[in-house]
Ligand binder design. Structure first.
Ligand code: SAH
Length: 422
């Protein structure tokens, strides 16, 4: 990890202030505390910078730092840690709605939930939190007979949603409220709270916090949550073509040895997750395993700060262990005897959804054999500053060998958080 820092002395380092504590993993990351002043030497990627604290150098996550001038500090305090302007701005355009509505597995799952529970929804009051174009509210109004659906949407799409509700003759039943769910006032509590809040690796964007707040404020005792539970699933996998494209490429381009760029490639391409990855079932080295399960009735907002899971995989065939892939499943409980619960599974054994899967690359690939055991832990650490982001850290070992233990850490954050959908 030395070569890419050559030449750093040519430019004078910039001083940054730590916005919160950070514990580095591995020998090349720095740990620091909130308020520490770090000197940033180079910015090899948008996520990880090469910095110095008390004469020790190492990588630091850029999202934890802010420029230290008085002027900049003022700016930071004015910035919205939820980035709502950007977030709701992106949902005010059609691009994301087109992508979501074109995702048949996703949308049909919600349709199926409403349809298979239509008898139980009769005369019920429903809240559709983050209704977007109103699709779920319209399913409720057209496939069941609720007494009222509160369709809550903070983005400017709500103007159109009102028109769509009217155009489809559902204005008697669906009441569109343009507001953040956190700010609404209703004359009553609701019987059912339905929402499509899931993001990449389940929690990204943390819309789930709005859902939990609405649950505590507006769901009546004994009311129903859809989804009722959700799980994050992990599998160790091969990723030959991604590895070749981003890393092996530097071995001999045009007959030249470009391997000194490999540490930089590792920083730039492998320290953040690859969104929109489709893992082939044949590239999964073992059966997948649910590492985190959320019960939407009992989950608390404070639980979201740090969520931990463990795994132990048994490798089923020889191959190259390049990384881990994650996806999620959402479960919708059935209110009617005889009708099975609906499940939305975004994994590789099902039809791809717009979320696809997320790939986390290891620093170095490891050859594995059938019967090997890959075990370890996963931590989802919510960014203490930017509330829609998180860091996912994976600690793992093969056959319990500490020799091969590596850390795989990825910051799920980007300044444009809707990038994952590109
Ligand atoms: N229910 C729609 C849209 C899902 S996307 C569908 O299934 O197609 C999530 C939507 O929730 C976005 O339109 C976003 O603007 C909205 N949203 C997210 N957080 C919200 C909040 N706190 N209050 C109101 N709307 C919210």
């Amino acid at each position: 990890m030395q070569t890419e820092k050559e030449g750093e002395d040519d430019v004078s380092p910039e001083e940054y202030v730590a916005l919160s504590d950070f514990t580095g993993s591995g020998s090349d990351q720095l740990s620091f505390s909130r308020g520490d002043r770090l000197l940033v030497h180079t910015k090899p990627s948008s996520e990880w910078w090469w910095a110095e604290l008390q004469e020790v150098k190492g990588y630091v996550p850029a999202s934890y730092l802010r420029k230290s001038t008085a002027e900049e500090e003022e700016d930071v305090s004015l910035e919205d840690p939820w980035q709502d302007e950007e977030y709701f701005g992106s949902y005010g355009t059609l691009r994301l709605h087109l992508e979501m509505l074109s995702d048949k597995s996703r949308t049909e799952a919600y349709r199926q939930v409403i349809l298979s529970n239509s008898a139980s929804l009769k005369n019920k009051v429903v809240m559709d939190l983050g209704c977007g174009t109103g699709i779920i509210s319209l399913f409720c109004a057209q496939l069941a007979q609720p007494s009222l659906v509160y369709a809550v949407e903070a983005s400017s799409m709500a103007d159109y949603t009102r028109q769509l509700v009217k155009q489809n003759g559902s204005e008697e039943v669906v009441s569109v409220l343009q507001a953040r769910a956190e700010e609404i006032e209703l004359p009553e509590r609701v019987d059912v709270l339905v929402s499509e809040w899931m993001g990449n690796s389940l929690l990204f964007e943390f819309m789930v916090e709005s859902v939990l707040l609405a649950r505590d404020r507006w769901l009546r005792e004994g009311g129903v949550m859809w989804p009722s539970s959700a799980a994050l699933t992990l599998v160790p996998c091969q990723a030959h073509s991604y590895y070749d494209e981003k890393m092996a490429f530097w071995e001999r381009p045009y007959g030249l040895d470009f391997t000194p760029l490999q540490p930089l490639a590792q920083q730039e391409f492998f320290t953040k997750p690859k969104f929109s990855h489709l893992v082939e079932p044949a590239d999964c080295l073992s059966s997948p395993c649910d590492v985190i399960s959320l019960d939407m009735y009992t989950l608390q907002i404070k639980d979201l700060e740090e969520i931990k899971g463990q795994f132990q995989f048994c490798v089923e065939k020889p191959g190259v262990f390049h990384g881990f892939t994650t996806w999620f499943t959402a479960h919708f409980e059935s209110l009617e005897t005889g009708s099975p619960p609906v499940e939305l599974n975004t994994g590789p054994h099902f039809k791809p959804t717009h979320w696809k899967q997320t790939l986390f690359m290891l620093d170095n690939p490891v050859s594995v054999c059938a019967g090997d055991s890959i075990s370890g832990s996963i931590v989802l650490h919510r960014n203490p500053v930017w509330r829609r982001h998180m860091t996912i850290t994976l600690h793992w070992n093969v056959n319990g060998s500490t020799e091969e233990t590596e850390n795989c850490k990825a910051n799920i954050s980007s300044t444009l958080f809707f990038l994952p959908y590109n």
